[in-house]
Design a binder for this molecule. Structure first.
Ligand code: F6P
Length: 534
């Protein structure tokens, strides 16, 4: 990635307020829209010259060719020799998609049909537990087999008219114990979601749930379902074939909510609402494939990210949804972005010559305002903020809440941009009756540097269709950033070493193998744990 031109542009002192003073209509030209979404990046230091240089990066990296290769089912996940086709899962009425000369769409649509039938039968009571229709569904999975459906279930809470849905991910027994305690084992459906069906956390929780169900009068032979691409293993676990929903290796875990991994969401909100979610994703795909780069929302979101991380050197970005039901979106995006682009090796095996993707974090507004925004406004690090907000909420009787929410969201981006100068702070202190050294001292604490960049994604209302658009938007953003960085966004070798070491430490913490050969710290911590447990 050639950043010299951009770094030269970044060296110039560029205040966002001055950009607005020069061009009051800047919001119109430094934004992208599709359907009913508007992405405003005018409150950044990006001007015409910067944008032109950023857009050049797309040409240099051959973005169009890479994008088309992904949609065409080429094996762009080169380190695993796999195609990357989560987009096929939402290609509801699109054309054929070939992998190795075979159209995958009949299989995708067949599985989707089976999911719809299963979900509606669970919702309607035709598929039931030993004690009657299902009151609760427990999804057991972790990472991509958990975060997507958890996020979407929260996001679509107003559409939730099916059984209660719970998620267990952590191998910490507290998670499954606390989740199962209030449930009726004879009226609970357990979905084991694991692409590999080997993940230790998920398989441990699945066995615990199976024992709980058997001991409590439930019937695991009819109350378990599985979502996996390892059909031999789901069979070995004893899950009936009719309750198994497979997906191919060309769907990455963190991109999998659109297919069978989304089954608990479909049970919660129904197959029509789930269809609308898929259609939202598909609409964003069409936009990504056809819009010019400068109007292309995922591309511009990615270029803003590249500008902040690669050019300005910001090490993190905050995702700040002013939408309570998106409370799990930051966690979802952490996996999507950090597992995809947190790499220091380029696709060709060479060391990455530029920084990897940034740390992604966040919390819903307005809560964050009363917690960590202090640092965002006055800390020494610049943290680009990505605000999200709906024009209206789902609570017609509480519109005054929503207006306050929206006002707060807009106020934050304005405050970050404008800041407050020492002169303004001094005036404030003078109005309060201070003078002399005390006025100076107090004023200094009230200075906001301003010129802190943010973007805002605004949408009409958090419907299933809008949610689908937002998630696909971020998926494509990750893809574009990965292409520009020259990395493979679709593998995750960095999680392997910890898994291997956890397996080797299992017998050591069980007390049946010695800690010899382990480092002194690990051995001492094991010794402490063995000494302090019953
Ligand atoms: O921790 C890495 C990872 O492989 C993720 O990429 C994945 O989403 C998660 O584990 C769960 O994997 P599985 O669905 O195979 O259980």
């Amino acid at each position: 990635m050639q950043l010299d031109a951009l770094k030269a542009l970044a060296a110039a002192d560029r205040r966002i307020v001055d950009l607005f003073a020069k061009d009051a209509t800047r919001a119109g030209s430094f934004s992208a829209s599709t359907g009913d979404l508007l992405f405003d990046y005018s409150k950044t230091q990006i001007d015409e010259d910067v944008r032109a240089a950023l857009l050049q990066l797309c040409e240099d990296a051959g973005l169009a060719t890479r994008r088309d290769a992904m949609f065409a089912g080429k094996k762009i996940n080169e380190t695993e020799g796999r195609a990357v086709l989560h987009t096929a899962l939402r290609n509801l009425d699109g054309g054929p998609v070939d992998v190795d000369g075979q159209d995958v769409m009949p299989g995708v649509l067949d599985t989707l049909h089976r999911m719809r039938v299963f979900a509606e039968e669970v919702r309607g009571g035709a598929i039931a537990g030993a004690g009657g229709s299902f009151t609760d569904v427990v999804n057991i999975g972790i990472g991509g087999s958990d975060l997507g459906p958890v996020m979407a279930t929260h996001a679509l809470a107003t559409y939730h008219d099916g059984p209660r849905v719970h998620y267990v991910s952590n191998v910490d027994g507290a998670h499954i114990a606390d989740t199962l305690r209030p449930l009726d084992p004879a009226r609970t459906l357990v979905i084991v979601a694991s692409k590999t069906f080997t993940t230790i956390e998920t398989m441990t929780n699945a066995r615990t749930a199976r024992a709980w169900m058997s001991e409590g009068g439930g019937d695991p032979s009819r109350q378990f379902a599985a979502v996996s691409s390892a059909l031999d293993k789901t069979q070995a676990f004893g899950i009936p074939e009719a309750h198994v929903f497979g997906f191919a290796d060309w769907v990455g875990g963190r991109y999998s909510v659109w297919g069978p991994v989304g089954l608990p969401v479909m049970i919660a909100v129904g197959s029509n609402a789930f269809d609308a979610f898929l259609r939202g994703g598909q609409a964003m795909d069409l936009h990504f494939r056809s819009a010019d780069w400068v109007e292309n929302m995922p591309v511009m979101l990615a270029l803003v990210g590249i500008w902040h991380r690669q050019v300005l050197g910001c090490t993190s970005r905050a995702v700040l949804p002013y939408d309570q039901r998106l409370l799990r979106l930051p966690a979802y995006l952490q996996q999507l972005e950090m597992e995809s682009n947190g790499k220091s090796v380029a696709m060709d095996g060479s060391s990455l010559a530029v920084p990897s993707g940034p740390v992604v974090w966040g919390e819903p507004g307005t809560n964050g305002q009363h917690a960590f925004y202090q640092l965002i406004h006055q800390g020494t690090d610049v943290i680009p903020c990505e605000f999200m907000v709906a024009a209206e909420g789902h609570e017609p009787e509480l519109t005054h809440h929503h207006r306050l929410l929206l006002a707060n969201c807009l106020a934050q981006s304005e405050a970050l941009m404008r800041g407050r100068s020492l002169g303004e702070a001094r005036e404030l202190m003078a109005e309060k009756g201070l003078d002399g050294d005390e006025l100076d001292r107090q004023a200094r604490h009230r200075v906001f540097p301003g010129n802190r960049p943010s973007t805002t994604l605004i949408y009409p209302k958090l419907t299933p269709f809008v949610l689908g658009q937002i998630i696909a938007l971020y998926e494509h953003r990750v893809f574009v950033e990965g292409v520009l960085l020259g990395i493979n966004s679709f593998d995750q070798w960095g999680v392997e070493l910890g898994k291997e070491l956890a397996n080797s430490l299992g017998p050591v913490v069980d007390g049946v193998a010695s800690a010899d050969g382990k480092d002194g710290s690990t051995a001492a911590l094991v010794a402490y744990a063995l000494k302090h447990r019953n």
